[in-house]
Ligand binder design. Structure first.
Ligand code: ADP
Ligand code: LRH
Length: 485
């Protein structure tokens, strides 16, 4: 029996999950280690604590060994777009800067003077977001870049730390906005625009490629198992969608964590003008699939509210308080840039309501209600758009909500009501599941993605939310607000 370890690190937390397939042909999973993640100011920039993440991974792997597991497969996925730079002695240069850092505030405007945003979209299929790697590299300090021999995306960097092997895994690489959607290779014009060459990037590899063995002797203070590292679908959203047990067609997903990624799985890239204007992206998935999706601000809003209240209320408590508050008291555009990294999220939301002449939410319940109402309204509006943009005109029959946010039954039900669509919630650890099934495919214990999805459907419990009331009038008012704002 093979043992698989998923190392799944989102923007708010990381975990190590042990998994195997049991005699009843079900995936067994157990969380063995969990730790917080976040960024903080280091000098001028908001940076991730990468050395702390490495330590936590080692602590988790030691726990695996303490369980009596001497040999395993390991895969790492994390959030996208961010990177570490490494010099020609193989050492990291500085700390990785968070995609929420303000250094890219003017990057889109400035890069658009060199290439039109339409052209950039047409070349890459990737939605324009200031934090995409192309914009980060555009504003990267030149003297730092000059010292760099290689750029490694976060999961690839972690893989390098443990195995000594450098690769660029494709699902995550697609979010850099430097790959050409047609040639499937680095776009020479774009590299030139930001002043780097192809040599900066280790070879591109497909998800499911064996990376190498863990170099245990590099970490003598830890008792570690023998581990074969696999480059899984290392973009967490790619793994989350792999771990979503959608059946046949007409299903959509929301990967609900720090971000809410709402979209469909397809196999064609859509760079139509309408998709550009709606700011939909075409991210690469494992085995040549495409995730056509929209980034929605997601649980970040509530995470920041909880943080600014010193975590007085847990997330289930905030959802409960919201359910007791008066519904639909204010409209906010959750994707407004002001919410990307404000000093104080509560004050930012209140200020937004003030300047738009709406009731200002005050209590924790009112603020949480405002966030959940507006996330669900945004999901409903985007689901309609997605149907039109996908060109099917066939109504989405089932909306799968996966990730930590799928534990929020209150928001799931609001979403079902506003979208008029059946919501299937779970698994909340879809990302770790996607990570694990890619390892199972790489080690040939599972044949392919359809077989993996069947296995997932068989192995986990889901909660179904049917639309209970028709909230169309409020949705129409919201659409009008969004058009005018
Ligand atoms: P990421 O991977 O981006 O760090 P997760 O997928 O772990 O995020 O999701 C974390 C979020 O899920 C939390 O910020 C919280 O908003 C939400 N969440 C998790 N559990 C619950 C719960 N029981 N009730 C309400 N919300 C929850
Ligand atoms: C979600 C995610 C998302 C990216 C963002 C940077 O964790 O990877 O898919 O757009 O973080």
């Amino acid at each position: 029996m093979n043992t698989y370890i998923a190392i799944d690190i989102g923007a708010s937390s990381g975990r190590l999950i042990i998994s195997s397939i049991n005699e009843e042909n079900k995936i067994m999973m157990e969380e063995i280690h969990r730790f917080k993640n976040g960024f903080s100011k280091k000098g001028r920039y908001d940076c991730w604590e990468i050395d702390y993440l490495i330590q936590e991974i080692l602590v988790g792997l030691e726990k695996v060994k303490n369980r009596g597991i001497t040999s395993c497969h390991v895969g790492i996925d994390t959030w996208a777009v961010d990177y570490c730079l490494v010099n020609n002695s193989g050492e990291r240069i500085g700390e990785p800067i968070s995609y929420r850092d303000s250094r890219t505030n003017n990057a889109v405007t400035n890069l658009s003077k060199k290439i039109s945003l339409e052209k950039l979209y047409e070349k890459t299929g990737v939605q324009i977001q200031p934090f995409n790697t192309i914009f980060q590299l555009f504003v990267e300090e030149r003297q730092v870049l000059d010292q760099a021999d290689k750029l490694l995306l976060i999961p690839d960097y972690l893989g390098y730390v443990f195995t000594g092997k450098m690769v660029t895994e494709k699902t995550n690489a697609s979010t850099m906005q430097l790959l050409n959607a047609n040639t499937k290779h680095w776009d020479a014009d774009l590299l030139k625009l930001i002043g780097v060459t192809e040599n900066l990037f280790p070879p591109l590899v497909d998800a499911g490629t064996i990376l190498g063995q863990m170099q245990k002797d590099k970490f003598p203070e830890f008792d570690l198992p023998d581990a074969t590292f696999v480059s899984v679908a290392s973009h967490d959203t790619a793994s989350a969608v792999l771990g979503t047990p959608g059946e046949s067609s007409n299903w959509a997903y929301i990967s609900s964590g720090t971000w809410s990624l709402l979209g469909v799985e397809t196999n064609v890239i859509n760079v139509h003008q309408d998709a550009f204007l709606a700011n939909y992206t075409n991210e690469w998935g494992a085995h040549n699939s495409i995730r056509f999706l929209k980034n929605i601000m997601g649980m970040w809003l509530i995470q920041e509210v909880a943080r600014s209240q010193n975590y007085t209320h847990s997330y289930p408590e905030l959802a409960d308080l919201a359910s007791q508050a008066v519904p639909y008291q204010q409209f906010i555009d959750v994707n407004d840039g002001r919410f990307l990294n404000p000093v104080n999220m509560i004050e930012e939301i209140q200020e937004y309501c003030k300047i738009t002449n709406q009731i200002v939410p005050k209590t924790a319940g009112e603020i949480a209600r405002c966030i959940y109402d507006n996330l669900a309204l945004c999901y409903a509006l985007e689901l309609e758009k997605l149907t039109k943009l996908s060109g099917t005109d066939q109504k989405i029959k089932r909306l799968h909500i996966v990730g930590g946010g799928s534990n929020n039954q209150f928001l799931n039900q609001l979403t079902a009501n506003l979208t008029g669509t059946i919501v299937e919630a779970g698994p909340s650890e879809a990302t770790a599941i996607g990570n694990i099934v890619m390892q199972m495919i790489a080690s040939e214990e599972v044949t392919d993605i359809p077989a993996a999805r069947k296995l997932i459907k068989n192995s986990f419990e889901f909660t179904v939310h049917k639309p209970e009331r028709n909230d169309e009038t409020i949705l129409e008012k919201y659409k009008q607000f969004i058009e005018e704002v």
